[in-house]
Design a protein around this ligand. Sequence first.
Ligand code: FAD
Length: 292
Amino acid sequence: MKIIDLLREDRLSLSFEVFPPKTDTAFESVKSATEEIAKLKPAFMSVTYGAGGGTSKYTLDIAKNIKDTYGVSTLAHLTCVSSTKETVRKKIEEIRAAGICNVMALRGDLTPEMENSDRSGWSYRHAVDLVRELRESGADFCIGGACYPEIHPESVNQKDDILRLKEKVDAGCDFLTTQMFFDNNLLYNFMYKIREAGITVPIVAGIMPITNANQVERAIKLSGSHMPQRFKSLVDKFGTSPAAMKQAGIAYATDQIIDLYANNITNVHVYSMNKPDVAEKIQANLSHIIGL
Ligand code: FAD
């Protein structure tokens, strides 16, 4: 099923993100974790592509298994930075052949070597180039793109970032998923600005449940997200007790989701990081709300 059709509903749509194994030996345990999450029957599941230094070898295997075995719609991530046309076209054909109709079109992060290299000869310099390639492939894909309520770290300012985002949507994105954020007001402000800029596609709010203190630093480094004082206090108080921190992190994420839905943001994607217990607790906390 195309994800865009799920996002147009008025009810809260809760989806989960998983990532493929970083090594061959981890395949079975990752597969089993993603299956536990699929059993929760979320609106859809996304499978990342080599994010955080991982391999991209198993993205399609995991996505296909979730779809075929559990009937959950899947969104396969794909990045294009520094790839050749041949590689990207082959990947697109593999996605289509696997029967996956939802693709998250991403540029991918630049390594320090890439940042210092001559990028003029690259076939794909931005995600918009991949969106165009996917549209030109002729396959009937539902395409998602990334967006950044706190602006992308490489952007000169938010106005320019939103202009680029509009170009990406106009090239063929059906919906956008946000980078994680911990202060909902940042999203409300961003929504106002993008709607004013003429971006009308559905926005999926990305929520990361922070369940251990070590994750905080990594999350900030990856996303550049602002940590509100309310969240910092929680880490200060519970950070040294793993069980308490997990409970508090899940409660914080749940609270964010309830506030989003109360403000008519109906699509929420949880960065569940291959943790079925976290996904399950968040879903259970929202059981009556999801039914509304
Ligand atoms: P782009 O849309 O290309 O934007 C990147 C920067 O370039 C922005 O500053 C933008 O304003 C600017 N820009 C865009 N177009 C132009 C243009 N034409 N000219 C000049 N400047 C332009 N990474 C992975 O490796 N694997 C994943 O699976 C993955 N999943 C993600 C999922 C989500 C929801 C998000 C938010 C991020 C994900 N990432 C993933 C990280 C992502 O690859 C990085 O954030 C990357 O730095 C930017 O990707 P993008 O697709 O947003 O790029």
